[in-house]
Design a protein around this ligand. Structure first.
Ligand SMILES: *Cc1c(COP(=O)(O)O)cnc(C)c1O
Length: 457
């Protein structure tokens, strides 16, 4: 890879960045009729969701935790995707869900997730959210001193409320979330005074980035905090290490080549980006949990897993993106295409709001896939959405295609279930939101149905 770059250092060839894809997606696309049938039925862009893959990811986390011997719970970080199918899968696997609003909480309950398996995170929570969470015996991650006082007040009417105290991590000192040191001390005192009202079950954090060691180090330190809190008469038997479990979208060699070689000429309008998501990482998913548990602690020679076990501390985690890895892709019908100098501009039915990374001053890099494939004249092309905005681009990069995509083709954006497909969607231009299609394979046959999001307000 790097050799290729050295040889062509004047004009490095535009990288092709094929996504790492799960088997089910390849099998589904190999079916000659299925995608055409769905595309004809919905008549616009749509997302394809595969709950069976979600179950595999969830099982991997649950198995890693079980094999470590550490008691705990996996909570799905719900904000990463709006569909209810993941919630049903969580309920069936006795996993929990991490929510941050009344509609998210109601959506989880509606799909059979029990209140006691729900953790409520997020900044200053509404009265309604605190009330519903308390009534359903959810675990509330308290984020501020005033919030703790509101919880205590509410408990006069609801009975004891289960809480965690969310800490401001030293590793992310600029985060607006979490309790700083003095506030944390104050909250611990209040929890001890108000033991009838709040059941303080431990501490939580959620770190930016995907590194193992700051998570392990903070969990280690919070075990000390749990031991100290127990001295105050608090339950303090759990630590939530939040989400941020890494995902691999691209082959590491492809990603390294792109990182080194990319230049503005690879993008439409010579667009320059200051940052990209880390599209290839290690360790990822449940392996990252395993590495966290195997990390050394401050006490020489002791692993984090052992400390959890010896102190009788439960490990809670809230993966979002990692549970959705390989769980879905997004399909955009091609509306038309044209040539501009040496590259093509393709316009699809759909908007760049269905590819959230485009709205973080960055770019979703895995190559969109032309379907059906077909032979022709190879060409690089960027992909625009069907709005009147010049900056409504699903892909600024001039992606290498085997032929120019044309009206009637489909463009498939791989691995979009985690945050890409529905985080930023709007009905701009009064266009309907893309349909959501749940697929499952039974005895070698694909079944599909439309997933309707409930209007829970
Ligand atoms: C967003 C969020 C998560 C999920 O994060 P991922 O990066 O998707 O794993 C978990 N916990 C909290 C508190 C969050 O805000």
């Amino acid at each position: 890879m790097e050799l290729r770059f050295e040889q062509e250092n004047v004009r490095a060839p535009a990288a092709s960045l094929p996504a790492l894809e799960p088997e089910w997606a390849l099998r589904l696309r190999a079916d000659q009729r299925l995608l055409t049938e769905i595309a004809e039925a919905v008549g616009g862009p749509f997302h394809v969701l595969c709950p069976d893959r979600f179950v595999d990811n969830l099982t991997a986390f649950q198995t890693t935790l079980a094999e470590s011997g550490v008691p705990g719970q996996v909570y799905f970080g719900k904000k990463a995707n709006k569909s209810g199918c993941w919630l049903r899968a969580c309920a069936e696997a006795d996993a929990g869900v991490d929510v941050a609003s009344v509609p998210e909480l109601a959506h989880a309950l509606r799909n059979g997730v029990r209140g006691e398996d729900i953790v409520v995170t997020g900044a200053a929570k509404t009265e309604e959210l605190l009330w519903l969470a308390a009534r359903q015996r959810c675990l509330i991650a308290v984020d501020a001193v005033d919030e703790l006082e509101r919880v205590i007040e509410k408990a006069h009417r609801t009975g004891t409320i289960r809480i965690l105290l969310r800490v401001l991590p030293e590793h992310n000192p600029d985060s607006r979330f979490g309790l700083a040191e003095t506030d944390l001390r104050h909250c611990l005192r209040r929890c001890a005074e108000q033991r009838q009202r709040v059941r303080m079950e431990g501490f939580s954090f959620h770190l930016n980035g995907y590194a193992v060691s700051p998570r392990a180090a903070l969990a280690d330190r919070l075990i000390d905090e749990c031991l100290a809190a127990r001295e105050l008469g608090l339950v303090a038997d759990s630590i939530s290490i939040g989400g941020g479990f890494a995902v691999n979208y691209l082959d590491p060699a492809d990603w390294r080549y792109f990182e080194r070689a990319h230049r503005s000429s690879w993008f439409h309008a010579n667009r320059v980006f200051s940052h990209f998501y880390p599209y290839a990482q290690a360790p990822v998913g449940a392996d990252m949990l395993d590495e966290i548990l195997a990390s050394p602690t401050a006490a020489a020679g002791e692993r984090l897993r052992t400390r959890f076990l010896e102190t009788g501390t439960r490990l809670l985690l809230e993966p979002g993106r990692a549970l959705l890895d390989g769980c879905g892709f997004s399909v955009f019908p091609v509306q038309g295409s044209k040539r501009r100098e040496d590259y093509g501009i393709v316009t699809v039915s759909g908007l760049s709001m269905s590819v959230s990374e485009q709205w973080k001053a960055s770019e979703y890099l895995p190559d969109p896939i032309l379907w059906p494939e077909g032979e022709g004249q190879p060409i690089n092309a960027c992909i625009g959405g069907s709005s009147c905005l010049d900056y409504d681009m699903l892909t600024w990069r001039k992606v290498p295609f085997t032929r120019l995509p044309k009206f009637g083709d489909l463009l498939i954006y791989p691995n979009t279930a985690g945050y890409q497909m529905d985080k930023n969607e709007t009905e701009f231009h009064q266009l309907p939101l893309p349909d959501r299609i749940i697929v499952s394979e039974r005895q070698g046959r694909w079944h599909w149905r439309i997933d309707k999001l409930p209007h829970i307000r």
